[in-house]
Design a protein around this ligand. Sequence first.
Ligand code: URP
Ligand code: ZN
Length: 612
Amino acid sequence: MAARAQSTTPVRKVPIHLQSAQNRLLIKNGKVVNGDGIQDADVYIEEGIIKQVGNNLIVPGGSRLIDARGKYVIPGGIDTHTHLQLPFMGTTTADDFYTGTRAALAGGTTTIIDFVIPSKGQSLIEAYKQWRERADEKVACDYALHVAVTWWSPEVQQEMEELCRDHGINSFKMFMAYKDLWQLDDTELFEAFERCKQLGAVAQVHAENGDIIKENCKKLLAAGVTGPEGHEMSRPEEVEAEAVNRACVLANQVNCPLYIVKMTGAGSARLLADKRGQGLIVYGEVTAAALATAAQCDMGSWSHGAAYLTSPPLRPDPETPQILMDLLSSDDLQLTGTDHCTFSSAQKEMGKGDFTKIPNGVNGVEERMSLIWEKGVVSGKMDPTRFVAVTSMNAAKIFNMYPKKGCIAVGSDADIVIWDPKLEHTISAATHHSAVDFNIFEGITCRGGPEYVIANGRVTVDEGQVKAVQGYGSFIPTSPFAPFVYEAVTEREKVHQLIKVEREGRIVAVRNTMVPVVPQATSNGEALELNLSSVNGGEEVVAAADHHFASHQHFTRPPTSSGGRNMQDTTFSLSSEYPNPADESDNKRSTIRVKAPPGAILPACGSRSNTR
Ligand code: URP
Ligand code: ZN
């Protein structure tokens, strides 16, 4: 972690002619780490772009040389979840787009993705423009935007399209919590997922059941529970897990790619892993706070408890951070953000006497990279390539910034961190770069941190000294239909086509519900009979498959040559394992016999390996 900047006065944008001396950089002798491999190579940068990666590079004279011997050369971090200058719960976050992005750079993050959150009834485009105005003049690093859908109407649907088409937005967040403020109901959620799918966007959800939370808060306050501990009590893990499950089910009905933001419960994260195993296109984000702090929540003091208060809440079980880190290491969770949303101790005091009024949010934008290195790499759970995958590459792929961001390759933006695995730093509010007066990671020592941070070719952390420049960063427009996401969606769609089954002149078209099959064992424990709805004399009928039925159970695919699940070919046949309709005594019903061991879960169509 870089040392504290001497002054908090923003440094103005450096005129381009003064930047030129820094425009040519040669990073020598380092280990270049991408999400898919490590190589010993030098990196040459010019005008903000990586021009060469390799050995024995021929570069122009006058280039600045940085010796990275014994260090890793990694892509700058991408924080997928920040709230800078957010008006929320009657106040505005302590960090604005300058102090927040300066803190990001100090910790090795060179791109943030913030959330436009329109108020209920507000035009999405108008809110987007407000955010652009706030951010453009202040950001010290690059940024992109997600847009929250906080209300639902035909105008909102229209504006979602406009945002994707004209304004560089490819993700929309829907809240299942914050009832009466931002929450959508299930019908709205379903329609929003449908809309995201049409537009090629990624649907994000804040997964907590807002209806339950509202009722629990009333009960707790009535029972005299007014302190910050009431927050977690009002929204225990199952309240998160229920919403995760519901969001997955709804999104799956329309084959919409889903992204669950800032998961904090181990049960929710495991549930998401199961859904992925069943073939759903769903991604899980976890925050630095959830990976590093549960055991530190000391509810003994009001201000301490209030400082850690965020939604979904950090869980009291001290095992949770390690479980989440395990899941992140094994690709059951895919990427990390911070939900950096800071409020000072004085702002938190707004909720003295009523925990529902404590502004929700914690820090993390500066600490995320070092904490994940410490808890993930130093602990032996992940190697440096996985570290890069979860701190930048996967985010760049999901939000369609790859390979411009999240990658060290010729043509990529020169967003690079020289990561020193020997650097040791103890986190403290006394030395951090955020404007907030408290640090939830206070006292944690991280081994490993950024010695140099290069953003768009400019050295913004130089031997540990932060040299952020206000307004230096740019807005990064993101296009819809990210190949990483939508190729999987298209593949999944292919195997979920309507399937016509012909029997003696009658056709039954079976709709695939995209629901994983949980077969019911029969009394002899060997077979399962599933009834389709009626077939009538010789006409084509679309049979509404009941919830037990998913036609992908017929597709027993041989593995691909590489051993992965075969998404294309099928051994589908109406073989003798299906009853001959001529044998049926009741001609009005069609029966399919499916072989399944008792209690087995049949493979879901479109299950993919964890490379997605
Ligand atoms: O708890 C937090 N961070 N509140 C900010 C809004 C949100 O939930 O993302
Ligand atoms: Zn958030």
